[in-house]
Design a protein around this ligand. Structure first.
Ligand SMILES: C[S@@+](CC[C@H](N)C(=O)[O-])C[C@H]1O[C@@H](n2cnc3c(N)ncnc32)[C@H](O)[C@@H]1O
Length: 277
């Protein structure tokens, strides 16, 4: 594995990238992300050689990415003048997969070390694509983004690593900054947050969750202009059941029988509009 300089939570981008790289090797991939495979190989040329190296157990993260892509494509089709805030972007190739029209301004944000790595491993994009290396909870980055246009905020795999107070400030500040928009992210259940210090996957990266929500729709109450729209399935997603190899499907069917497991992580979408006069 190349020495990336990533620390703690920043390292959580790797398993997600690996899942996307492995998905691309399926005969009928869920995401079909060729960038993920290329970048994963550059990061770790032997990523698929070790024990469980080609295991597709992580495919659920790919289902999550696909849900975020589908929602984002829908919003950008309706709002080709949008500003995209892709928070905690890691090494995800979403702007390349979605390839929005040049009228869209796309911002990829993550910690400076991650953004430096992103610059090295992913090619520059021609149109209106800005990378900002920052802690996203330091909301001064919002001053660098154009206002007065619809905003699309995507936070995939980010929110559980922030505190509830930071999530609240982030969401309400984004709503306050734009006339209208869509906010999509994923969260974990309260039990998954509370037990995260013992979660072996997180311990491996020296990371922990800092918030969890059993009723993410209730977050709409944080701002009078924020409305909950819907949720996309994850651990029991039809796409996962249709495309994952048989062993992985069986594993998820059994895990989903455990109480709280099916909804241990949720992908949710909110919208906001101008206040009617
Ligand atoms: C699980 S990874 C997800 C990466 C990417 N969204 C994906 O799905 O492939 C979490 C990402 O959030 C970033 N992150 C966590 N807390 C952050 C913060 N306060 N500011 C900026 N980035 C943050 C990490 O550096 C990491 O890249």
């Amino acid at each position: 594995m190349t020495d990336t300089g990533l620390l703690g939570v920043q390292k959580t981008l790797t398993p997600v990238l690996k899942a996307k790289a492995l998905d691309n090797r399926l005969p009928d991939p869920i995401l079909g992300d060729t960038y993920a495979e290329r970048v994963m190989r550059l990061l770790d040329p032997a990523y698929d050689q070790r024990r469980f190296g080609t295991s597709q157990v992580g495919l659920v993260a790919v289902v999550r990415a696909r849900a975020h892509d589908d929602w984002a494509r829908g919003f950008l089709a309706e709002h080709p003048d949008a500003v995209v805030l892709h928070l905690g972007c890691g090494l995800d190739a979403r702007p390349y997969r979605i390839d929005p029209p040049p009228t869209v301004d796309w911002y990829d944000l993550d910690y400076p070390t991650v953004i430096d790595l992103r610059r090295r491993l992913l090619p520059p994009r021609e149109h209106h694509h800005t990378l900002i290396g920052v802690d996203v909870t330091d909301l001064t980055w919002l001053e660098r983004v154009p206002r007065g246009r619809p905003a699309l905020m995507i936070a995939e795999g980010l929110v559980p690593y922030l505190t509830e107070e930071d999530v609240r400030r982030l969401l309400t500040s984004v709503v306050d900054a734009f006339p209208s928009g869509q906010i999509q992210f994923d969260t974990v259940a309260v039990w998954a947050w509370r037990t995260s210090r013992w979660n072996p996957a997180l311990r491996m990266y020296d990371a922990r969750f800092h918030c969890g929500f059993d009723v993410p729709a209730a977050l709409a109450a944080w701002h009078p202009r924020l409305e909950y729209v819907d949720e996309a399935p994850m651990n029991d997603a039809p796409l996962l059941m249709a495309k994952a190899p048989a062993g992985v499907r069986r594993l998820y069917r059994v895990m989903n029988l455990l109480p709280g497991m099916k909804r241990s992580t949720r992908i949710v979408r909110f919208r906001f509009r101008e206040t009617p006069v």
